[in-house]
Design a protein around this ligand. Structure first.
Ligand SMILES: Cc1ncc(C[n+]2csc(CCOP(=O)(O)OP(=O)(O)O)c2C)c(N)n1
Length: 346
């Protein structure tokens, strides 16, 4: 494939990213998809209870964004976060065990699907209150500045969260104090069954940054290299200059809002969902890598087999893990009064 026929961001990323990392990103997308498909099955078998929101269709956002991070960087997410957690380094077994509510889970079985947490991997949740975690990311970014550390925080949330007061308070402080944080809006167009056009006075979410004189970009959230390109620049800016950015990644969820919701309900048509599925971010990226001669179909099949095997193993791990003991009910429920980046080990 001649690179002159490629969009600028693709040519740039193919030239700048080691082949092993490009393939790792494809593997992570496949792993995220297989993990979520099996999660749906486990939910239907009642091995997983409570709320459960799948990420199928949006994989390019988490994988493209997190691929730009160092291991000591942090992510803070909303509740559609199984894939973010795995990509940030949480083992798939403990993530699945958390969904099963088992002791071996990343939150010891007490958090469930919406509250995945692993401080050592820089995964600071998993939060169920829409927009409630945005100030936490602003806080970890403030801590970086205060402690003179150069880690960056990525904060992921849906477009429905930008109408929450905490979003505006957070962006104001981050811009005022120049904090190293990147806010990533995963605009999948719907907050449950409410289209953005019915809930927001403006639909161009990135424009919200103007109010705080903050850098902003809109990116195709179905294109993993585009996300990596845009988030990579924002992470550099945050690390070098402590400046925050608001990124709007336009994407689409292929499943219902949560496991208890229909795929389209009355708020979108079957045809719309089908049309979006034709833009599947995994297929597009796979075709791009094949076209660029970086991988062949056989190698993709091998990556997919590995993703399936890792997911099977995650389920075995979850099944084998015991229920949390009743004695542990009050342990780890409230946090200790010092944060993830103090010198004291907890
Ligand atoms: C403060 C608050 N209000 C309402 C809800 C109920 N609720 C759960 S998910 C959701 C929609 C959020 O949509 P969005 O932020 O766009 O994220 P998505 O589900 O699309 O990933 C709502 C309203 C909640 N969890 N928290």
């Amino acid at each position: 494939m001649s690179t002159s026929s490629l969009p600028d961001h693709v040519a740039r990323q193919l030239a700048a990213t080691p082949k092993a990392q490009l393939l790792e990103m494809l593997y992570q997308m496949l792993l995220g998809r297989r993990f979520e498909e099996r999660t749906a099955e486990m939910y239907a078998m009642q091995k997983i209870g409570g709320f459960c929101h799948l990420y199928i269709g949006q994989e390019a956002v988490a994988i493209g964004a997190i691929s730009t991070l160092r291991p000591d960087d942090l992510i803070v997410t909303a509740y559609r976060e199984h894939v973010h957690a795995i990509v940030k380094g949480c083992e798939p077994g403990p993530v699945m065990a958390e969904l099963f509510g088992r002791e071996g889970g990343v939150s010891k079985g007490k958090g469930g699907s919406m509250h995945l947490f692993d401080r050592r991997r820089g995964m600071l949740g998993g939060h169920g209150i829409v927009g409630g975690h945005i100030p936490l990311a602003t806080g970890t970014a403030f801590a970086a500045k205060y402690l003179k550390r150069d880690y960056v925080t990525l904060c992921f949330f849906g477009e429905a969260a930008v109408n929450i007061g905490a979003f505006h308070e957070s962006l104001n402080m981050a811009a005022l104090w120049k904090l190293p944080v990147v806010y990533i809006v995963e605009n999948n167009r719907f907050g449950m069954g409410t289209a953005i056009e019915r809930s927001s006075a403006i639909y161009d979410v990135a424009q919200r940054a103007c109010a705080y004189d903050m850098a902003s970009e809109t990116v195709d959230g179905m294109d993993v290299l585009a996300v990596r390109d845009v988030v990579g620049r924002a992470v550099d800016l945050a690390r070098r200059e402590g400046a925050p950015t608001l990124i709007e990644a336009r994407c689409y969820r292929f499943m219902g809002h949560s496991m208890s919701d229909p795929v389209h309900g009355h708020y979108r048509t079957k045809e719309e969902v089908q049309e979006q599925k034709e833009q599947d971010p995994i297929r597009s990226y796979m075709n791009l890598l094949i076209g660029a001669g970086l991988v062949d179909r056989q190698a993709v099949e091998a990556l997919d087999q590995k993703a399936r095997a890792v997911t099977d193993e995650a389920i075995r791990f979850a099944e084998a893990s015991p229920e949390p003991s009743p004695d542990s009910i009050f342990q780890d429920v409230y946090s200790v009064p010092y944060g993830p980046y103090t010198t004291r080990e907890q």
